[in-house]
Design a protein around this ligand. Sequence first.
Ligand code: PLP
Length: 666
Amino acid sequence: MNGYFITGTDTDVGKTLVTAALLRALLDRGESALAVKPVQTGCTETGTGLLVPDVEIYARLAAPLFPQGYPHACCRTFIPACSPHLAAKLAGETLDADALARAVRELAQDRDTVIVEGAGGAAVPLNQRQTMFDLMQRLDLPVIIVADNKLGAVNHALMTVEAVRNRGLRVAGVVMTNTTPATDEDVSLRRDNVETIARHGNISILADIPFLSGPDFDMELVRHAAQALNVLDANDRVPDTADAMRFDREHVWHPYTSATNPLPTARVRSARGVRIVLEDGRELIDGMASWWCAIHGYGHPELDAAARAQLGRMCHVMFGGLTHAPAIELCRTLCEMTPESLEHVFLADSGSVSVEAAIKMALQYMQADGQTKRTKLFTVRGGYHGDTCGAMSVCDPDNGMHHLFSGLLPQQIFAPRPDCAFHEPFDPASLDEAAHILEQNSEHVAAIIVEPIVQGAGGMRFYHPHYLKGLRELADKHGVLLILDEIATGFGRTGKLFACEWSNVEPDIMCVGKALSGGCMTLAATLATRRVAHTISADGGVFMHGPTFMGNPLACAVANASLGLLRTTDWKTRVNNIETWLNESLAPCRSLPGVADVRVLGAIGVVEMNEAVNVARLQEFFIEKGVWLRPFGRLIYMMPAYVMARNEIGQLAATVFEAIQTNRHR
Ligand SMILES: *Cc1c(COP(=O)(O)O)cnc(C)c1O
C-alpha cells in the first residue's frame, strides 16, 4: 500500500482539509487515489443515513473526479463527538489497531495512493492499550504532520515529530496551516515558527498554507497541496530493494551459510507481537522467537519504553571502574531468580562469551585451589555451547565440526549423548558410561559442562531429569564443578523458570542469555557460587575477563524490563498451554512418512525427520504459507513467544504437516 498517514499536532488544525486537498491534487495528476478515515466520531444521523463529516469534505473537494459519488471511505463511525476510545465504549464496541489496518487496506485495494487521516493527534487512544500510534505503525506509511501556526505550534509540532520517529516511522514532512487570520504582530512570529520547526525538527515544510477565506477557498487549498506533493516527490527516494538484496547476497555473511552461494534470505521490515513483517508487506507468524529470545513477542511496549528511557540517559559507559543502576538492578534480579547458591554475576555480551567466562572461572577456581592438573572439561556428546573456541571445544565433536579446528581447540573429555528420554522411565544404567569416563579422567577434570534437560542446537533432545541429578552427584563425588548452560532453557522455556529445577539441582556456575533481554539486545551473564567467586579471588586473585561492552546499560535496562514482565505475567500457565497446544497440533505429523519422532517440552516443539531436510525449499514454502520457521539438519522445530495464541500454534503445526505431506522437505 502506497500513500501517507495524516496526523495533527492537535484536533482542529485543518487536518481534514489538508487530506482532502492532497487527495484532489493526486487525482488531478491522474492518480487513482483515495482518502480514508479509519475512525470517525461526531457523525450525525440524517433522514437518509449517517453523515460522516470528514468524508463529506473529501467528497466535496474530489467531486469532479468521482462522478458516481465518493465511496464510503470510513471504517468505523460513531455519533458522540469525542475521542475514538470513548465513543466506542459509549457504543458498547471496541476498536483494534490490527482490525482497523486490515479495513484500511481493504478500502485501499487497487489504488495507487491512499491518504489515511487519523483522528486528533497521534497519541489519541483507540482502546485501553492502543493509540493512533499503533494504527500508524501497522499501516507503516510515511507520516505528514499538520500543524496550526499559532503560539505553541513549535512545541506541539516538534513533540509530534519526535514521537512519530521514535515509533520507527518516517515523517514525510510538516504542513503548516493558519486557521486564524494573522494580526500584524503575528506575522513575524508565525514566520519564525515555520523556520524553527524545520530547523529543530530537521524536517521539510511541505506547505505553508495562509489563512484562507472566500469563494476560491477549496482551489487555493488544492494549489498548496499540489506544491506539497512536489516537495514530497523530490524528497521520496525510492529505496532500491533489489540492489540492497544483491549486496546482501554478495557481501553480507549470514550464519552458517556460504559467502558465495548462500541460502536465501527474506528481507524484514518490522516485527510486532508474534509476527514478522516482510519488506513486501507479507506477515509471517514467527515460530522461532528469533532463536529462543523474543519470549514476550516483538515490539513489546514496556521493553521499547525501557530502551528509549535508557537511551535518554546513556547507551553505554565502560564497566571498568564505573557502575550504574541498570546493571546493579539486573544482577540483583538474577541473584534472586536463579538458584539460591548463585551469588556472583559476571555480565557478558553474548551467550558464547558467557560460556567462555564460565570455563575460565572453572579453570581459575582449580588453579587458585592448588589443583593445577585440573584443566579439562567433561561433557556429553550432542551438546551446543556457542561458536567461540572454548565453547566450541565442548560442542558435539561431529556437529561442532571439531575436525575443522583440530589443533586450535583444546581436547576435552566426552561421554556419550544421554540416551534417557525425558518422558520415558529412567534407567540408571544410562549414567554408567559417563560415570566410568569421569572416574578414569577425574584428576584432569575441572568441571562438567552441560545444557540442563534440553540439548538445543545439538539436536533438540530432551533427557531425563535423573541424568542431570546423577551428573551433580558425580561432580560432587570427584570434586569437580558443575557448569549449567541455561542460555536456551532459562526463563521459562521448558516449563520451569530454569531447566535445572526439573532435577532439583543447583550448579556451581550457570550461564544465561538469549531470552534474558527479551530478544532486544545482545546480553548474557555467568553466575557463580560464593565458593567459586571467593576461591578465585583469594590472595588477591582476579577473574581475568572484561568485554568492552560488559554491562551495557541499554541491554541491562531492556533485560530489567523483560525480567520484570516475566515476574508479573503468568508465564508458567502460558508455557503449559503452549505445551498442550503443541502436543495436540503436532501429533498428526507422527503418522507421516519420513518422520522419525515428534516431541514437545514446555514451549518447544520438534519434528525430527529421518533425513536432513531441504532448508531453502522448506523456507520458501513456509513463507508462502505465512509462517516463519527455520529448520536445520533433520529438525523442523519451533519455540514460539510465550504470548502466542492457540490458533497461531495450530497454524504453525498445520503448515509443518502440509510441508512434510507434500514433500517440501526433500
Ligand atoms: C545459543 C546458545 C549459546 C551461544 O549463545 P550466543 O549468544 O549465540 O553466543 C550457548 N549455549 C546454548 C545452550 C545456546 O543455545
